[in-house]
Design a protein around this ligand. Structure first.
Ligand code: NAP
Length: 426
């Protein structure tokens, strides 16, 4: 069976390396020889990370998309507009499609799956979320009996590497980011990772499978990690928490709550121990209970592993004439719970004039809004300035925001340094 690649970069080369190395095992598992015959690239002279004998490189997309010998198109070029166009052409030319492109699927997945269904082909996308960690297939198959109550994960390796370095090596955000870039864990423009957009794309894909709902990714609430300082990391540690960028999807009677934000995670929670570039997804099903997946969420070979496992699935399905189209969610959108309605605990750090009665006035404002406090730290900083750090009990976001406005207007409060949501202890 012949495969055409759209892109031969990090992920494309990983997939080629795995196919070359495990050729015999793959044939054993599928009964079929698979062979990458063509790859679309931008620059024919660019050096490749794998031997490419037998692979014809081209800059002409039609040479791959319209090749009648090719059965499977693997889109690992990234971007949205061209990738979408090429995938549609591939499907219309009768090809099966494998893709690692979360940006594309989160925004145009429904449209693409509908086209695939019309032409009786399918799109496989295990590599789009969690790199080498199996997530898509477990949702579609192994967990299909469950009503999923919640998914919660560290699904962006760049931000997890930065936050881990801030915590373990006590680095400031800027230094941790520079180290992530030097080690290849962060791109030169890391904004999509830092601002939570990358995690939001992945959460949208996972949530559509977990909650059987079409998800509008622009409605996923996102918050950046750039506001986290070393001081927050150290105070969180002192209070018994690690700070992580969590992607959270929950279904309640009121609807779906989908959000990506920095979170104080209790040190005893399994997600608190996920370090550096590693990813993990923790979920709760009504029948299975708690399940956790852990592994490398990016990189050439881990992501290549997911791409090649999709290719093997396609080959088996072609050989056994199985149509998997039914596995894509065709459900309408479920309502989303607005953030103001969400109940959470909050960590608040503020600077105040170091004088008698300041803490009492802060506590009174919270008390007036019926918000009770769980933990309090008061630290003297510089001359005449104290830092107050507190963690609330559960409170509705709207109610909490009202209290914050009042606190900001207190004369003794110099500034509100940071506010971060806190995961409840389970
Ligand atoms: N890297 C990861 O760890 C990872 C993990 C999960 C998912 N993904 C997803 O996998 C996809 C690929 O990522 P990557 O890291 O492998 O990217 P990459 O290293 O930048 O490789 C992209 C490849 O596509 C080719 N390409 C890009 N635009 C093209 C165009 N307009 N026409 C022809 N060829 C084009 C490039 O050609 P040249 O080589 O000639 O420039 C290159 O070979 C993305 O959707 C990404 O989000 C990546």
């Amino acid at each position: 069976m012949k495969i055409g690649l759209l892109g031969l970069g990090t992920v494309g080369c990983g997939a080629v390396e795995i196919i070359q190395k495990n050729q015999r095992d793959i044939k054993g598992k599928t009964g079929t020889d698979i062979q990458v015959t063509k790859a679309l690239v931008r620059d024919l002279n660019q050096p490749r990370l794998v031997p490419i004998e037998g692979i014809e490189l081209t800059t002409n997309p039609q040479a791959v998309l319209a090749d009648p010998e090719i059965d499977i198109i693997v889109e690992v070029m990234g971007g949205v507009t061209l990738a979408k166009d090429y995938i549609i052409q591939a499907l219309q030319n009768g090809k099966y499609v494998v893709t690692a492109n979360k940006d594309l699927l989160a925004q145009y997945g429904k449209e693409l799956f509908e086209i695939a269904s019309l032409v009786k082909r399918n799109i496989y996308y295990e590599a789009s979320v969690g790199g080498g960690i199996p997530l898509i297939r477990p949702f579609k198959h192994c967990l299909a009996a469950n009503r999923i109550k919640s998914v919660m994960g560290i699904i962006n390796g760049t931000t997890n590497f930065i936050l881990t370095q801030m915590s373990v090596a006590e680095k400031e955000f800027k230094d941790a980011l520079e180290e992530a870039q030097a080690k290849g864990f962060a791109e030169q423009d890391p904004s999509s990772d830092l601002e939570g957009r990358d995690a939001a794309y992945k959460l949208a894909i996972l949530s559509s499978l977990a909650f059987n709902s079409k998800i509008d990714v622009s409605k996923v609430y996102t918050e950046s990690i750039t506001k986290i300082s070393l001081r927050d990391i150290m105070y969180a540690k002192e209070l018994g928490f690690a700070i992580k960028l969590l992607a959270i999807g929950e279904e309640t009677d009121a609807g779906l709550s989908l959000r990506v934000h920095p979170t104080l995670v209790p040190e005893a929670h399994p997600l608190a121990t996920v370090h550096n570039e590693f990813n993990a997804l923790y979920l709760q099903g009504d029948a299975v209970g708690e399940v956790m997946f852990y592994g490398r969420g990016a990189g050439s070979l881990p992501t290549g592993s997911a791409v090649v496992s999709d290719i093997i699935d396609v080959v088996r399905n072609i050989n056994h004439q199985v149509d998997n189209g039914i596995l894509e969610t065709t459900f309408p959108s479920k309502p989303l719970v607005p953030m103001e309605e969400k109940v959470s605990r909050f960590y608040v750090r503020m600077k105040a004039t170091d004088e008698h009665g300041v803490f009492g006035s802060v506590a009174t404002v919270f008390g007036d809004e019926q918000i009770s406090l769980d933990m309090i730290l008061q630290k003297r900083r510089d001359f005449n300035v104290a830092e107050i750090v507190l963690v609330t009990h559960d409170v509705k976001e709207a109610q909490f925001n009202r209290a914050l406005c009042k606190i900001q207007s207190l004369v003794s409060i110099r500034n509100l340094s940071n506010v971060i949501r806190v995961l409840e202890r389970s």
